[in-house]
Design a binder for this molecule. Structure first.
Ligand code: ATP
Ligand code: MG
Ligand code: MG
Ligand code: MG
Length: 565
């Protein structure tokens, strides 16, 4: 490719909307172009990087024995109603109607579609296990689309699904996928960590996230270098703070426990150190899918009847799903944090006061709890002390190590789904004895477009992107220093031809520009190597510059391909 023909419109100024480096650099180096909030075009350079990640993912998924298919983006509401996710997905789901007034959605994920396929096609244990994947555009109407490709509303995902006759078989596939994921991120040239995660609203029994390590990552991960234990913050907290949770103690048992009447007792029971400011505990339980709110008796004067009942006449308040709905407390309305089922939130004193004041306050006497909106009227904080209680403490898994924390970008996620979808959608099979059983499932996602952004987040400097070689749009930029010097230009052309013939993605900077200008562009776009044909051209030599290390070598023209390969 000749630079003069390359689709690049580099920007000197950083567009205002960009906060994180990957977003700034992808805009500045014209890898992507925004169409609407969270919706981007992959311009030729960005698309090449995306394709490279996609190919690595495809090769490793094929190697792991999964078969590629391609499911529709457009999905009828019926299958989502079968699993209950038509309601549960809330405002994140992109919904539309066809001309006949039938409801459809644009797929945020494909558990329903794949389960519908399998329940129709597979009826015998002989066809199991089965693993399928696709690489496709997903749609999620994120509350806060931001950071460019990192959190888009339209983005590229690899999603895989596996179906099994037994839990042991699912366990084996889960391991197989974890290994494939490690190979994928290694081949992409990224520093990453796999961490334990809560299964959250998707349900299921085991889950691991793959995080690309970067200071700007939205997630905090906790790890122990002594035993290798690693978890995302929520999971680490539930392990460190609530040993009972790990032992699968149900909230019902907790509420029935004698002598647990005050918030301090509950906190002590949960192993949470309460500070003065903690007045309530909201507990969202994965098993019952209910939110529990624990408040101390008699702390507040409340006028509104229902709230009075809720807060004053009982110490332990249990909110049913219907209450949740009515109180606007369902998932999706829980900002500013993405609070998921299974999370534990400590609500600070100030928050409770605000919430109660708003409810009871002055001329708003007619206001009741229903009109108190999360985010607008009050916030729940994951209280600072909680985090501090984890980092620096003894690792819950080994007694030798100390827990440390790092920031990461969730690039992949593997789940044991169990029977959540196969049960509700009736994906059954006949076993060896001719008995009908429900299949058990796993699902495995990788954010392909997010991985491209994460790679830049992890690999950049003040001059621009530093692509890992495996996913660089182009690997080499051949730059004649002086376009008027025939020797320099012809040597550059020769090397460009040889590199291209050797299958190395190379650009020839044939523009009539000063070398400094070309170097700046090369560094911004992030070519792993620059080959400069300058004064040494007369001796048949060029300079090879390594973007990552800044290292520079004099190389004989014939040896350039060998040095770069
Ligand atoms: P997050 O916690 O960041 O919202 P998620 O847990 O909702 O992600 P999953 O449902 O686990 O995402 O989807 C699988 C993968 O898809 C994620 O690990 C991530 O890499 C990618 N992904 C999810 N949402 C987005 C998005 N809005 N933009 C780009 N990639 C995304
Ligand atoms: Mg999400
Ligand atoms: Mg997540
Ligand atoms: Mg996830």
């Amino acid at each position: 490719m000749r630079f003069s023909k390359l689709y690049v419109k580099t920007l000197k100024e950083t567009p205002k909307e960009a906060v994180v480096e990957s977003h700034k650099l992808m805009l500045r180096s014209s890898m992507i172009k925004k169409l609407a909030s969270g919706v981007y075009t992959y311009l030729p350079l960005g698309y090449r990087a995306l394709k490279k990640v996609e190919n690595i993912v495809r090769e490793e998924m094929d190697r792991a024995g999964s078969q590629e298919l391609f499911m529709p983006v457009l999905q009828p509401a019926e299958i989502w109603k079968e699993t209950g996710r038509w309601d549960a997905m809330g405002p994140e789901m992109m919904r539309l109607m066809d001309r006949h007034g039938r409801d459809f959605i644009l797929g945020p994920t494909h558990e329903e579609v794949i389960t519908d396929i399998i329940r129709n096609d597979i009826s015998s244990y002989k066809s199991l296990p089965m693993s399928l994947y696709q690489i496709q555009t997903k749609f999620r109407d994120e509350r806060r689309p931001r950071f460019g490709l990192m959190r888009g509303r339209e983005f590229l995902m690899k999603d895989a699904y596996s179906f099994h006759a037994t839990d042991e078989c699912l366990d084996a596939e889960f391991e197989n996928m974890r290994d494939a994921y490690s190979r994928i991120f290694e081949r992409c040239g990224l520093k990453f960590r796999s961490v334990e995660a809560d299964s959250g609203a998707i349900g299921g029994s085991g889950s691991q996230e793959f995080h690309v390590l970067a200071e700007s990552g939205e997630d905090e991960i906790i790890y122990c270098d002594t035993c290798g234990y690693a978890a995302n913050l929520e999971k680490a907290e539930s392990v460190a703070m609530i040993p009972e949770y790990e032992k699968e103690m149900k909230p019902a048992e907790l509420l029935d426990t004698p002598n647990v009447s005050k918030i301090e007792d509950i906190a002590a029971h949960l192993g949470i150190e309460t500070s003065q400011t903690v007045k309530a505990i909201m507990y969202m339980d994965t098993v019952s899918e209910k939110v529990y709110m624990v408040l101390q008796r008699g702390d507040y004067e409340i006028n509104e009847v229902k709230l009075k009942n809720l807060l004053n006449e009982t110490e332990l308040v249990m909110l049913s799903d219907a209450d949740l709905e009515a109180h606007n407390l369902k998932k999706g309305y829980m900002g500013p944090y993405d609070i998921e089922l299974g999370d534990i939130i400590l609500v600070a004193d100030e928050t409770v006061t605000k919430m109660v004041n708003h409810t009871a306050g002055g001329n708003r006497m007619d206001t009741h709890y229903i009109n108190v909106n999360y985010g607008r009227d009050y916030e729940a904080h994951i209280v600072g002390d909680v985090r501090n209680a984890v980092v620096g403490e003894e690792c819950p898994r080994c007694s030798g190590g100390k827990l440390e924390s790092a920031r990461g970008i969730e690039a992949g996620h593997v789940f044991k789904l169990g029977k959540k979808y196969s049960d509700s959608m009736g994906a059954t099979f006949l076993d060896e004895n001719g008995k009908s059983n429900t299949m058990t499932m796993g699902c495995y996602g990788i954010g392909v477009s997010r991985t491209v952004a994460a790679a830049i987040e992890q690999n950049n400097d003040e001059n621009g992107i530093i692509w890992p070689v495996a996913i660089a749009p182009y690997i080499v930029d051949v730059i004649p220093a002086n376009m008027k010097n025939a020797d320099q230009v012809s040597l550059a052309e020769k090397i460009y031809g040889e590199l291209s013939a050797a299958g190395i993605d190379t650009v020839m900077d044939d523009r009539n520009e000063r070398p400094g200008f070309k170097f700046k562009d090369a560094d911004l776009i992030g070519f792993p190597f620059k080959v400069v044909s300058g004064k040494l051209a007369a001796e048949g030599k060029v300079e090879v510059k390594v973007r990552r290390t800044g290292e520079s070598m004099e190389v004989e023209a014939e040896k350039v391909v060998g040095v770069i390969k």
